[in-house]
Design a protein around this ligand. Structure first.
Ligand code: PLP
Length: 362
């Protein structure tokens, strides 16, 4: 088999090698089934087992109690930008949004089509280089919900703790840090995450929703956009992304086998610390985008003195087997995405490469 390179892509992103191998091994025939996961009915016993196990393994990893429903939907995290306000905003028709990056802005744009949106805080004036303090939040105690983005994939900032929002349901886009650490799900009304960053392939979106919020969905909503109908049909109103759900299930089992989310968080902190130390020790050769107390463990963003130098680094890094380091087109610079499945050894090797690059170019 051809050698794998280091994949720093922001998403779709690196998956655990064990998961890829198991999927490959079982792709021709699922053990005991005699057919591939790509060929079986979503209404079959075999698939029931796959989806039920994926749900129960996610429940155990994140300590999700029976007061919450788990859905696997399609349309990406981006469709949740619409489904959240369509289902949860009425009858109050007002919600709070905390803006910490491009994805929060896109979520806000869709919410505005449904009702009145209060921007509870924004760090856009500082090019989204930090997470706002609790004291900066101008929350409406009567809002239908508060929406925030737990990890800002493009800018490389991450909430260290979720905002305190009192009794208003907290809604979180956790696309790029879901399963990277333990969170207290009981603090949330709804969590959604596209799978392709830290959990599986593209084309499937995890939604964790508190049961009382499911009751908000109006019968007048289009069927496919209605959480209540999706819950009543256990994500099988229509054909779901069966392969995507299968891979999420394998990733969940891989996480459990490797010590769960506390063990994962510990490794994630170690990996990120290596890169941030390299940036901080570089005497300004590398400039981190995020302010230190808002730094993301998942996406490490930084710049060099000139775009020319950045291009040179990306070119040489690609040649050396480090792929996907180019920053998002909207902010430029560099970004190393180091999700759960990214090996620590790859971070160590990137740091070594960055030090050598600095020595040669300063
Ligand atoms: C990637 C990403 C999205 C968009 O996800 P799609 O599945 O492509 O719609 C939304 N929010 C965050 C935080 C992301 O990282």
């Amino acid at each position: 088999m051809e050698k794998r390179i280091y994949n720093f892509s922001a998403g779709p992103a690196v998956l655990p090698e064990d998961v890829l191998k198991e999927a490959q091994e079982n792709l021709f025939t699922l053990p005991g089934v005699g057919m591939s996961i790509l060929e079986i009915s979503h209404r079959s016993k075999a698939f029931d087992k796959i989806i039920d196990e994926a749900k129960s393994d996610l429940r155990s990893l994140l300590n999700i109690n029976n007061n919450y429903e788990i859905l696997f939907l399609q349309g990406g995290a981006s469709l949740q930008f619409s489904m959240v306000p369509l289902n949860l905003m009425p009858p109050k028709n007002k919600a709070d949004y905390i803006l910490t990056g491009s994805w929060s802005k896109k979520a806000l744009k869709e919410a505005k089509r449904v009702g009145t949106v209060n921007v509870a805080a924004s760090t856009e004036a500082e090019t989204f280089n930090r997470i706002p303090d609790q004291s900066e939040l101008k929350l409406d105690p009567d809002a239908a919900y508060v929406h925030f983005t737990s990890n800002n994939t493009i800018y490389g900032t991450e909430w260290q703790n979720e905002p305190e929002v009192g009794n208003v349901p907290l809604v979180c886009d956790a696309s790029s840090d879901i399963l990277s650490k333990k969170i207290d799900v009981n603090k949330y009304g709804l969590i959604y995450a596209g799978a392709q960053k830290n959990m599986g392939p593209s084309g499937v979106t995890l939604v964790i929703i508190r049961k009382d919020l499911v009751e908000r969905s109006s019968d007048s909503l289009h069927t496919m956009l209605n959480y209540k109908i999706q819950v009543e049909n256990a994500s099988l109103y229509n054909t779901p992304n069966t392969f995507g759900i299968y891979i999420i299930g394998l990733v969940a089992k891989w996480l459990i086998k490797n010590g769960g989310l506390d063990a994962m968080h510990k490794t994630n902190k170690e990996k990120a610390a290596l890169l941030y130390k390299c940036i901080d020790d570089s005497k300004g050769f590398y400039k981190g985008h995020a302010v230190p107390d808002s730094r993301s463990l998942m996406n490490v963003t930084f710049r060099l003195a000139t775009e020319e130098l950045e291009k040179k680094l990306i070119l040489e890094a690609t040649a050396a087997g480090f792929d996907g380091l180019k920053g998002h087109r909207s902010v430029g610079g560099l970004r190393a995405s180091i999700y759960n499945a990214f090996p620590k050894k790859g971070v160590e090797e990137l740091v070594k490469f960055m030090k050598e690059f600095q020595a040669k170019n300063s």
